[in-house]
Every structure is written in structure tokens, then in C-alpha cells.
Write a protein that binds this ligand. Sequence first.
Ligand code: CMC
Length: 435
Amino acid sequence: MVKKDRMKTDGKATLTLNGQTYELPVIVGTENEHAIDITNLRNETGYITFDPGFANTGSCSSNVTFVDGEKGILRYRGYPIEDLAAHGTFIETAYLLIFGELPTRTERQEFRHLLDEQELLHEDLRHHFEGFPSNGHPMAILSAVINALGCYHPDLLRINTEEDFLRAAAKIISKVRTIAAWSFRKAQGLPFMYPDPKLTYCRNFLHMMHSLPHRPFEPTDAQVRALTLFFLLHADHEQNCSCSTVRMVQSTEANMFASVSAGICALWGRLHGGANAGVIAMLEKIHEGNFSVQECVERVKKKEFRLMGFGHRIYKSFDPRAKILREAANDMLKSTGYNDPLLDIALELAETALNDEYFTERKLYPNVDFYSGIILRALGIPVNMFPVMFAIGRMPGWIAHWNEANTDGIVKIHRPRQIYTGRAPRKYVPLDLRK
Ligand code: CMC
């Protein structure tokens, strides 16, 4: 089990309130990030901090992922994302995130074997799909079925050993593909394709999505590579909304299935996992002639709508994932001969925005979602499945964070405070006297 390093302290900050002085410890992380520790602030002063959206709040310490948004750095367990993207596979990256180290050849083999063993769903669970309407949103199906998985593994609702953890993690990472692909097949009215253990993780997923009983789907190497990169680049991103949701649910000691199911729901929103679908909708509007690239940018500047796939809470110079995906989208389209006019529009839109003061002043750059939709379209993934694809990729990160929180030894239920702005106390008004 991965061992967690502890934070170091580095001096004290002084706070003066109503003439009284308080000393607050300053803590420092591996990359020299500093934070004022306010753990005892309310007890000592009666005050809380106010930080809507938690943009200035460290909710935990973590060993999993480092992001420096000013410099455009992303590292999983110390490894730069560019190196992992150039040399690694998704499964290797999942192993790294979950266990803290890149696997040896034997460890990788064993992990692959474990995932192969776990790829089938219980046949009773297969029947759950019959209860969903065929136009049911695949994110609702994914979160419901992942949560329902827990019913089939009651022994894993409490994780007591490393062996339990490994089994639960492997089940979720492997089965999430099967559930995702079957939600698509259900919507298409196509027979469910069972997973094929002879295939690698990404090929197997594409097989369950697109093979027919009489005609196996055989993706090109470039398609498999693009999907691998898509999953790998989405595998973790420290304390974003869905990861924080997973940790928050875990803090109640909820099980891993319920916690990651909640993460899927958090990811669903347009400003998080739903953004790449928004990008495609915007590019299609331009393609269909509803407005030009320049008009689109002008309307964004008038704040009629946001430029989807642009801007990031953390990245303020560039998103390193976007750079890699832009190349991957280009390479895949070139090698498959698939000509997507939306890529050219995306490139023109990015160029126009990046040369406009509105965007540069606000440090708004293309994020990972700007190009990912182009890759997914070329893989035959419908737009409503885009956040599902994000969820498959993000699963190792959620599991790594769930485990880190579960084994942290700091059992503290997440429970933020608020500043109450409602009515002052008043007398109950009997029904007859109400106006
Ligand atoms: N288009 C136009 N203006 C924007 C955009 C955008 N995409 N993003 C931010 N702004 C403006 C915003 O209007 C505000 O302007 P002003 O100062 O004049 O009021 C300023 O930039 C700061 O915006 P903010 O909302 O305070 O920034 P944030 O850090 O809270 O928001 C964000 C981050 C990602 C939610 C936002 O940039 C956004 O809505 N982007 C579009 C949706 C998107 O692409 N989401 C995917 C995020 S990456 C995937 C992931 O990691 O989850």
C-alpha cells in the first residue's frame, strides 16, 4: 500500500483580530507551496474563513498529483504528464496513480490479468439495463450501475485489507468500461457485446462499443493510441470538483462504489466533464453557419455565453493536456484519413481567441476539453457519451484519492461552515393570520 508523506511546517503567520494576535502555523509541500493552517482558527478566535468555490482552500494534503497552473505543469506521482503520454499506457498510469509507483513487468502483467478477470458484469446486473429507457442519459446509467455494483460485492463495502482494496479497485476500473459500452448499446438497440480478455483495455472498450456479432470492430493503432492518451490525460487532476466530491463522500466512511458514483454525478455538469460536449456544439454552430469564428468570439466577449473548452480554475498559462491532445487529434485524423472540418474550425477559433486581449488579460487558454471532443467524434463516440469517457479515464484518480483519504488516519468528516444571510429570529405565525 502506498505510504503517504506528511507535510512539513515552516514558521508561523500572525493574525490580528480585534486587537488580539494569533499565531497560525505555516505548512509547506514538496513543491514549496505554502499554506496557512487554520485548523484551530474557529476554536481560538470564533471566526471562520470565507472562500466561495474553495479557490483558496486546501482541503487535504495529497501525494497523488501535482499541478502548477502558472507554469502549466502536471505530474502524476512525480512523473511529468508529457513523459507518461509519450511512453506509458493507461493501465500503467492507473497502476502508478493507485499504488504510487510504475509497475514492474510482473506487476503490470498481474494487474492486467486481474482486470481481465473482473471485466464481466454479474448477469443479474445486466438485466438492470432493461429498466432504463433507451434515451436515458449514459451518465445517469453509469453512476447508478457503478453504485449498484456494491450490492453484488457486499464484502467490499468495507475495505479492511490491501487485498480487498485491490479487488474493489480492479472491479471498478475494469467494469466501468463494460457498463459505459452497454449503456451505448442499449441506446442503439444493439446486442451487448461481452468483453474479450484477449484485447487490451482500450481495444476491448472499442470492441464492446462497436463490434457486431458477425463483424468484429478492428480499430487502427492510431485510434487506440488516441483513446489511450485521452484516458491517460484525464486520469487525475488533484482536487477538482469530482475528486473533491469523492473525498467528501468518503469522509463519511461511505464505500468506494458509492463514493465514485457520486464523483460521476459531479463530473456530469457543463463546467466540468460536460465541457467538451459544449465545445462540439459550439463548433457545429459555426460549421452550420449560425455565426462565424469572429462573431463567436465577439459574442463571448459580450458575455452572451462562454467559450467552451477555454479557461481553467488552475491553469493560467496553458493546459499541458490540451497541447498533447491537439497533436493526438491531428495525428489520428491524418492517419485515418478522416477529415473533420470541426478541427480546422477549432484551430481557427483558438488562434483568434489567443490573439484577443479579452482572453489574454483573463489568462484564458484552451483546456483539455477543447480538442478531446474531436478525438471522441472520430472514435464514433456520441456527444452524450463524452462525460462518460472522461469518467472512465478519471476512475484511477478517484480511486487513488479515495484510498488516500481512507488510509490517511485523519478521520474528519467534511463539513464546511457558512455565513448565514437569512432572516433574523421571528415568531411563528398561525395559519389563519398569514397574509
Ligand atoms: N469564456 C469566456 N470568458 C470566460 C471563460 C470562458 N470560457 N472562462 C472564464 N471567463 C471569464 C469570466 O467571465 C470572468 O470574466 P470577468 O472577470 O470579466 O467577470 C473571468 O474570465 C474569470 O472567470 P471565472 O468564472 O472566475 O473563472 P473560474 O476559474 O471560476 O472558471 C472555468 C473556470 C473552467 C469554470 C471557466 O473558465 C469556464 O467556464 N470555462 C468554460 C467551461 C470549460 O471549458 N470547462 C472545462 C474545464 S477543464 C476540465 C476540467 O479540468 O474539469
